[in-house]
Design a protein around this ligand. Structure first.
Ligand code: T1G
Length: 706
């Protein structure tokens, strides 16, 4: 994993641990040993450290963290990192690190323990540990503020976003930039090393003063950042720990500050938040591995696309393709609908420009890639068609009939349906192996999830092409099976069912939403339905009732349907579960809904009661976990991790809770099972534990514990 070569007085140490040169166990020690070898080698005047392949190092091997079960182990791990980097930093010959690709987490910490940093201008550096619920644990919180100052270090450690090498250079993290290839970088690094070799004193980051040298200003920056954290919805434990560790860099000498960092790092590593985020890191990557679609399955090149239906979803999907630089035809039946669709797209882009998220040029470029049309002209030249017409099976079947006749034989035919039968659409098209579900989440140009639905005849090429396309569209693609509501909405139906029934039992719309937003959801079930549209929910329930009669073995609350009958579809009609002042999206409590709930519970003979917040959370999260187990058991999801990725990216389930399946494990499946039995007694016998959940709970296991 470590190569050592000497040429003309310069030792070049290469990290070679594909695919991302992760600093797995033994790698840092091997680098340390190679540095010691260079020190002892009289022919060596200076040392260069570089990564093999496409990148420098993407940090410590995250797999290591899954083996850490105690705080003591975590502390020892951080101590080992610190010792290795101290030995590298205190080397008596100059060490130049050459950065290309990524220097992230422990990779940047290693680079900062070297004496001089040269980077390709295309490189990125960052401390993304916060995305894993961690802080830098190898001295990053002590060395970074010494190189770039406290405010920049706070940004890097709390936002976790990598910064381009040019900004790192401007901030003082990187000393020199090089354009071109890895070879050009290596040449530049060797030249810098040679120059430093003869230049006397070596600059060690640990000896630098933290900037700003005005301690009050530095401490004020930390306190301000901590105060800001308190205002954010759910700051992570690690966010506060990052502020405390950087504050220690200001107030304590290097070694004492490092000891403080280690303590804080260990606290984070054993936290449930970090376990949840590390779980999601790997679950997201596992989701890319689909049974029956081996690595290397051929994929088709998507150069041109077409969307059928210029409504809210169709428009958002067209923006997603245009944002990825793919020219797209946007078809709708009549010109009026098309103009409305195009106007919405321009309005959304204008809003992005107004928020500084896009330039006016980029707006015009994107609009230029979207061609509105009322005909199928040009559809015979596209590589993919995404159907996004009204959620009506007959309409979709006729659309797929058309598409099967007019598109090229290898054209991917995708449907944005959120619930309907992909196999029926495949049959209508006569091209089953090319038909697949591409279920985007609203707003389609914003939400990161793409639920990819494989039908009975969907070909592996079509699936592999969809996965690659998802990444290109900036989405996280998760492949699921074809059942009513697939995974996302099928589970959501149970979550909403319990929300409605809790209303009849005495809870209120505002209380239920408050509990779920307090839990970390971006909106509660009722706020979410007001955004998506109660009419959409009603149609889905109607489809479910008419399609199979399956899944209606539970008491259906009439309350949602009553609101729809009253024309209360949500934000789009100014009233739904909440009411909205004209032009405002601020939900206002409407006592009418609570009155309706009391009437319906009286009619169903339900004795209303005070529903504790804990029960609200328990009922809704248990409904998700139990249906998730059913989806797994029936094989519509390949892994529990896929379900967690779907809920975190599709519905904003709090990542620091790991997703509904991981969260159920933190509650304990025995507790979850006991709750289901209790609800079966008290609420209704529609509560049936899924055999998989029952089996795991009885065995004292979880969805993730073997
Ligand atoms: N450890 C282990 N495996 C890793 C890894 C890592 N750090 N980074 C990537 N992989 C694997 C990944 O699972 C996948 O495997 C393959 O590499 C390709 O990754 C002490 C505490 C670098 C931007 O948080 O952000 O250092 O699925 O699919 O889209 O302070 O990977 O193929 O089997 O993501 O091109 C900090 C994490 C660690 C960076 C590349 N570092 N990695 O993205 O490929 S904590 C990070 C990434 C730390 C110290 C601390 C991305 C990437 P497989 P990929 P990509």
């Amino acid at each position: 994993m470590i190569r050592y070569e000497v040429g003309d007085g310069i030792a070049v140490i290469t990290i070679d641990n594909p695919p991302v040169n992760a600093l797995g166990s033994g790698v840092l020690e091997a680098i340390e040993a190679a540095v010691a070898r260079g020190i002892d080698d009289r022919s060596v005047q200076a040392i260069v450290l570089i990564g093999a392949g496409e990148t420098f190092a993407a940090g410590v091997d995250i797999n290591i963290f899954t083996t850490m079960t105690t705080r003591e182990q975590s502390l020892a791990l951080s101590e080992a990192f610190h010792t290795s980097l101290k030995n590298i930093e205190t080397a008596s010959k100059p060490i130049v690190v050459a950065i290309h690709g990524n220097a992230l987490g422990g990779g940047l910490e290693l680079a900062m323990s070297c004496h001089y940093r040269i980077a390709l201008s295309s490189a990125r550096v960052g401390q993304p540990e916060i995305l894993l619920g961690l802080i830098p644990g190898a001295g990053g919180t002590q060395r970074l503020p010494r190189l770039c100052g406290v405010p920049f270090a706070l940004d890097m450690c709390i936002d976790g976003k990598p910064v381009p090498a040019s900004r790192a250079h401007a901030a003082g993290i990187v000393d020199q930039l090089v354009d071109g290839s890895r070879d050009a970088l290596l040449t530049g690094a060797v030249a810098l090393a040679r120059a430093r070799a003869g230049a006397g004193a070596i600059r060690r980051t640990r000896e630098l003063r933290v900037a700003p040298q005005d301690v009050h200003a530095a401490l004020a920056a930390c306190d301000d950042r901590r105060a800001q954290l308190g205002k954010t919805s759910t700051p992570l434990l690690a966010s506060y720990a990052a502020v405390d560790a950087i504050k220690a860099a200001v107030t304590l000498p290097f070694d004492a500050g490092s000891a403080r960092e280690r303590e804080l790092f260990a606290d984070c590593l054993v936290s449930t938040e970090s376990r949840a985020l590390v779980h999601l890191f790997f679950a997201e990557r596992e989701a890319a591995k689909v049974p029956g679609v081996p690595k290397g399955t051929p994929v088709r090149d998507i150069r041109r696309a077409a969307i059928v239906g210029a409504g809210t979803m169709g428009g958002g999907i067209a923006m997603t393709y245009a944002n990825a630089g793919i020219p797209v035809l946007l078809k709708d039946m009549d010109d009026a609908a098309l103009q409305r669709g195009m106007a919405t797209i321009r309005r959304n882009y204008d809003a992005s420009v107004a928020k500084g998220r896009m330039t006016a040029d980029a707006l015009e470029r994107a609009m230029g890639l979207i061609t509105p049309t009322t005909s199928y002209d040009g559809f015979d030249a596209v590589d993919i068609v995404v159907e996004a017409v009204f959620e009506d099976l007959a309409l979709k079947i006729s659309t797929f009939g058309d598409l099967g006749r007019i598109t090229r034989h290898d054209c991917v035919l995708a449907s944005n349906t959120s619930t309907l039968d992909i196999d029926a659409l495949a049959r209508a098209s006569g091209r089953g192996s090319n038909v697949i579900g591409h279920h985007f989440f609203s707003p389609a140009n914003v939400m990161k999830l793409l639920e990819i639905v494989r039908g009975r005849d969907t070909g592996p090429e079509t699936i592999a092409t969809s996965q690659k396309l998802a990444k290109r569209l900036g989405k996280v693609g998760v492949v699921v099976g074809n059942c009513f509501g697939f995974v996302a909405n099928r589970m959501l139906l149970q979550y909403l069912r319990e929300s409605y029934l809790l209303l009849e039992e005495g809870a209120t719309v505002a209380a239920i939403d408050r509990v779920m937003t307090g839990f970390g959801m971006p909106v509660g079930p009722f706020g979410m339905e007001d955004i998506a549209g109660l009419d959409v929910g009603a149609r889905i329930r109607e489809h479910l009732r008419s399609s199979s009669g399956a899944g209606t073995d539970w008491p259906e609350s009439e309350i949602a349907n009553r609101l729809v009958e009253m024309g209360r579809f949500g934000q789009k009609t100014g009233a739904g579960w909440y009411r909205y002042e004209s032009g405002s999206r601020t939900p206002l409590v409407d006592p009418l809904v609570d009155t309706l709930a009391s009437e319906l519970s009286a009619r169903r003979g339900i004795a209303r009661r005070v529903v504790p917040d804990e029960e609200v959370l328990a009922r809704l999260s248990t409904a998700l976990a139990n249906e998730g187990a059913r989806v797994l058991e029936e094989g519509y999801a390949s892994r529990a991790g896929d379900i967690d990725v779907i809920y975190c990216y599709g519905f904003g389930f709090p990542r620091y809770r790991g997703g509904p399946m991981f969260y159920a494990d933190t509650v304990g499946l025995r507790t979850v099972l006991a709750r289901i039995h209790e609800y079966r007694e008290r609420v209704g016998d529609y509560w049936k534990p899924t055999p998989l959940l029952e089996k795991l709970a009885t065995a004292g296991r979880g969805f993730y514990t073997t």
